[in-house]
Design a protein around this ligand. Structure first.
Ligand SMILES: C[S@@+](CC[C@H](N)C(=O)[O-])C[C@H]1O[C@@H](n2cnc3c(N)ncnc32)[C@H](O)[C@@H]1O
Length: 281
């Protein structure tokens, strides 16, 4: 497996330097969400303390105080869990799980020289740039909805990350994975990482088919996501369906067996079922 060498630097270093000379891929666990959860815990704690100290009737206090402290405990627990996720994903931390996954997925991309590749839900551009860097004679497009749930990801960030990496065979655009703005059979390779499970849908296999619609006959795909039964339905039969449609080399590779993460990590991080769907059209 080819391992790419990509330089990463902290958000604070970039902010200090003023100009971007190193990429800033942000975090899949938005910092604002962690802080928001911690602030909510603080507000409920404060409400509990105020209720405790306010001269209100004892029966009301007896009901209110336990409720407020239980809610506080729940929010503290969630904040702590989110913080651990933030640290595990961080490009600056020890674990660097996002970096491992991006490089791991990019390593599965096969694209001919002069070919065109697509990364669906490119976020801050990490996977698009990694694929473009690994395949300098191909042209890559990253597409994303860039909605409010990942407020720190945007087109400009992707472009400045590409520039910081010295990668010019990429372009980025806004668009929806549910209805990609491309003709059938436009790309020689398609990829995506941890996107479709975020999209509210009762049929995520249809979202996969929408991505594969844009792939040329003979083109390859490597799509990584939480492909659990609850999120995607029966994926083994989907693999068989693709084969019956003429796709070849189709397989589902479990990435929670130490490949990208341990079973325990996938469990506590809510990533159980993570797998790469790969093959050729
Ligand atoms: C966890 S982030 C992963 C980003 C990127 N693939 C990576 O590996 O760094 C999920 C991304 O999916 C994007 N996304 C969610 N729903 C989408 C949709 N319907 N169409 C396109 N992108 C979407 C979000 O905007 C976000 O950037």
């Amino acid at each position: 497996m080819t391992v790419l060498s990509i330089r990463y630097e902290s958000e604070s270093d970039n902010a200090k330097s003023g100009s971007r000379t190193t990429p800033d891929y942000k975090n899949w666990m938005p910092k604002g969400m962690v802080l928001g959860m911690a602030c909510t815990a603080a507000v409920f704690l404060l409400l509990g303390i105020v209720t405790l100290l306010t001269p209100i009737s004892e029966p009301v206090k007896k009901i209110m105080i336990p409720i407020l402290f239980v809610i506080t405990a729940i929010f503290i627990f969630i904040s702590f869990w989110m913080l651990l996720m933030y640290r595990a994903f961080s490009y600056d931390g020890k674990r660097k799980m996002s970096k491992q996954i991006i490089e791991g997925v990019a390593a599965y991309i096969n694209i001919p020289d002069g070919g065109k590749g697509l990364d669906v839900g490119c976020g801050s551009g990490a996977l698009t740039i990694a694929c473009a860097k690994k395949n300098p004679n191909s042209l890559w497009t990253g597409i994303d909805r860039w909605g409010k749930e990942y407020a720190s990801f945007n087109k400009k960030l992707c472009e400045s990350n590409a520039e910081a990496e010295g990668v010019s065979n990429v372009s980025f655009m806004q668009g929806n994975a549910l209805k990609l703005p491309f003709e059938n059979e436009t790309f020689d390779a398609v990829t995506s990482n941890y996107v479709y499970h975020n999209i509210p849908s009762n049929n995520r296999q249809e979202i996969l088919l929408e991505t594969l619609r844009t792939l040329k006959k003979g083109g390859s795909f490597a799509i990584h996501d939480i492909m659990s039964k609850a999120k995607y339905g029966e994926m083994k039969s989907f693999v068989e369906k693709l084969k019956s449609m003429g796709y070849s080399e189709v397989k589902l590779v479990d990435t929670t067996n130490g490949m990208f993460m341990s079973k325990w990590e996938s469990t506590w991080m809510g990533l159980s079922g993570s797998a790469i769907l790969m093959g050729r059209k």
